[in-house]
Design a protein around this ligand. Structure first.
Ligand SMILES: Cc1cc2nc3c(=O)[nH]c(=O)nc-3n(C[C@H](O)[C@H](O)[C@H](O)COP(=O)(O)OP(=O)(O)OC[C@H]3O[C@@H](n4cnc5c(N)ncnc54)[C@H](O)[C@@H]3O)c2cc1C
Length: 554
């Protein structure tokens, strides 16, 4: 196993940063920001407070939001817009932005068009390119925090370890890794899907004399210039990193276990004139967002066999750029397009034409003191090993030890795999609302997050209106929803056949993916009477109430 630096182990939930140095780039690590971005960047960037607040400062709140990534930020904006001000955002890192703060590896950029990977309530006309890089997205999120004056709600450096439901008081008791605690009527858990890093299971990393790290803990001060580098992995992070690493390294070996289809992206930077046009004409941005919605959100992504085949043919045509027949063959997947997470890069395949870049497909036997040894006994000596091996994606809110009604732990409730009602609530855990929860992964996650947050805020408003102390989704409602969901998932041909380990848990269930269109998810979450699906209790007596169910499932 690759060791995590000590400072990343401080929080019980691991892989967590606590110091400002871990978060802020200290050098020119990211070169992918178009120089014009500086020109266009507003100067309203959110500056984290000097002092990290303890949550003892705010003992009881109406709502505790966990996580200040896009999900937590969206929740905060919508709560404020709904007139709800009594909430805190607890964030373990020393800055906001979630995924886009934590990950800062070379080449990191969005795979979803930026005009669609941005909030409907915070339109940014001046994205510098169609698919923005990490730094530009982080700057955008910081602008949103400033624009909506969210700073006063945000408590940085607070890692929530556990939360216990007190049924009599109808409250959650949260405890943080520094021992401080807080009570809240409701919790919105938005810890993200990609907080836990997955490392290669090869032995020997302890003996390796060089430097090794995961893409999710990219060091600020480690130069790859003129180095011999091993990249382990060939999925989403690897296709973004490889072309950038190859630009500076002396030798690069990419260790591939299984090949993936890689599609190009239309990512020519916007011209100054185009950006000016977007700025002058909000209608043109709205029109572009509408066009992107039509293109990406209206139809289910993988359910059309004909368009899957076209995508695969297109990726196969892109592979033709690889000059060496043997390398091209080994880069050609045997699984259909869509079976694994779709990948996008304009220069991944072509990078293998460079003489100092090697594709290695022999399996890794072990890590040695000097480098990487494969099963055929060959040892490649390297100075740096980059683990582009992805994330543990199936835990969701159970990265925090939630203890619900009857003392049940969320991890135990989900022993067969995470499940929720519309991805947001899970039975036995009253007043716990999840953002980017089970089976909500699809397309633009920001679009999906907005659907979830609107649902949660509507539910909270209905609770207020009806004087409801707690809501707990009815078990039969959640069960029926998930039964139908799994039936729908089985209809997606390309996810069958055992190639989608990224999506599945050991029980065989797919717990991450939403099988329909993004537009369909919005319809499903746009429930006018959300309380009907819940067991509830009024504040005055905390007695469970029976409501008539009037509604449907997917
Ligand atoms: C490398 C990478 C590339 C991606 N590219 C795309 C893309 O192109 N398009 C797309 O739609 N999506 C992409 N995603 C998915 C991306 O994670 C989501 O789009 C989005 O960031 C989800 O927002 P979130 O707030 O739910 O989670 P996150 O962004 O992960 O934020 C979660 C926050 O919660 C905090 N947190 C976690 N646990 C605790 C705790 N116990 N206590 C306190 N705070 C806690 C974390 O520190 C973090 O700040 C990508 C993800 C990764 C990792």
């Amino acid at each position: 196993m690759v060791r995590q630096p000590d400072h990343l182990r401080q929080c019980a939930n691991a892989h967590i940063f606590r110091t400002v140095e871990d978060i802020r780039p200290s050098g020119p690590l990211h070169l992918d920001v178009d120089p014009r971005q500086r020109e266009h960047s507003p100067t309203r960037r959110y500056t984290p407070p000097e002092r990290i607040l303890s949550i003892e400062a705010t003992q009881t709140v109406r709502i505790a939001v966990i996580g200040a990534g896009p999900g937590g930020i969206c929740t905060a904006v919508r709560l404020r817009q709904a007139g709800i001000d009594d909430f805190v955002i607890l964030e373990q890192a020393d800055g906001i932005g979630g995924t886009w703060r934590r990950n800062r590896y070379l080449g990191l950029a969005c795979d979803i068009a930026s005009h669609f990977y941005s909030f409907s309530f915070a339109i940014k006309p001046d994205w510098t390119r169609p698919f923005a890089g990490q730094a530009e997205i982080l700057a955008y999120l910081e602008d949103v925090v400033t624009q909506f004056d969210l700073g006063r709600h945000i408590h940085l450096g607070i890692c929530v370890d556990a939360a216990r439901w007190n049924h009599d008081a109808a409250r959650w008791q949260l405890t943080a890794s520094d021992g401080s605690s807080l009570t809240a009527n409701a919790v919105v858990a938005s810890p993200g899907m990609f907080g836990e890093l997955r490392y290669p299971d090869n032995e020997g990393f302890d003996r390796f004399a060089g430097t090794s790290f995961h893409t999710g803990t990219w060091p600020n001060d480690h130069s790859l210039s003129d180095q011999r580098v091993a990249v382990i992995g060939s999925a989403a992070s690897a296709v973004q990193i490889l072309p950038e690493v190859a630009k500076v390294a002396r030798r690069v070996h990419l260790f591939q276990r299984s090949p993936n289809w890689v599609l190009p992206k239309e990512d020519v930077p916007f011209t100054i004139e185009q950006i000016e046009q977007f700025r002058r004409s909000p209608a043109s941005v709205t029109a572009l967002r509408a066009e992107l919605f039509d293109r990406y959100a209206k139809d289910p992504p993988f359910c059309n066999a004909a368009s899957n085949a076209v995508a695969e043919q297109f990726a196969a045509a892109c592979l033709a750029v690889v000059e060496d027949d043997d390398v091209r063959d080994r880069l050609t997947p045997t699984t259909p397009w869509g079976c694994h997470r779709p990948l996008f890069s304009n220069d991944y395949y072509a990078t293998f034409n460079q003489p100092h870049v090697e594709l290695v497909t022999d399996s890794i036997e072990r890590i040695t003191e000097r480098g990487v040894m494969t099963a055929d006994g060959a040892e490649r000596e390297v100075d740096t090993i980059i683990c582009a091996t992805g994330y543990e994606t199936t835990k969701f809110a159970s990265v925090i030890d939630f203890v619900g009604r009857n003392g049940q732990h969320l991890e135990d409730a989900w022993s067969e795999g995470a499940q929720a009602y519309v991805g947001i609530t899970t039975s036995g855990f009253p007043n716990l609302f999840m953002v980017y929860g089970p089976n909500t992964n699809a397309g633009s996650i920001i679009y999906m997050i907005e659907s979830q947050v609107d649902y949660i805020v509507r539910l909270l408003q209905h609770m207020e209106r009806d004087d409801v102390a707690w809501v707990d989704v009815r078990p039969e409602v959640m069960a029926a929803y998930n039964e139908q969901l799994q039936v729908d998932i089985e209809q997606v041909d390309v996810w069958q056949g055992g190639c989608s380990t990224y999506y599945r848990v050991p029980s065989g269930r797919i717990v991450t993916q939403w099988p329909h269109s993004m537009a369909r998810y919005r319809e499903v979450t746009d429930i006018p009477q959300p309380l009907d699906d819940y067991e509830t209790a009024v504040r005055s007596n905390n007695e469970p109430q029976t409501r008539d169910r009037k509604r449907r499932l997917t």
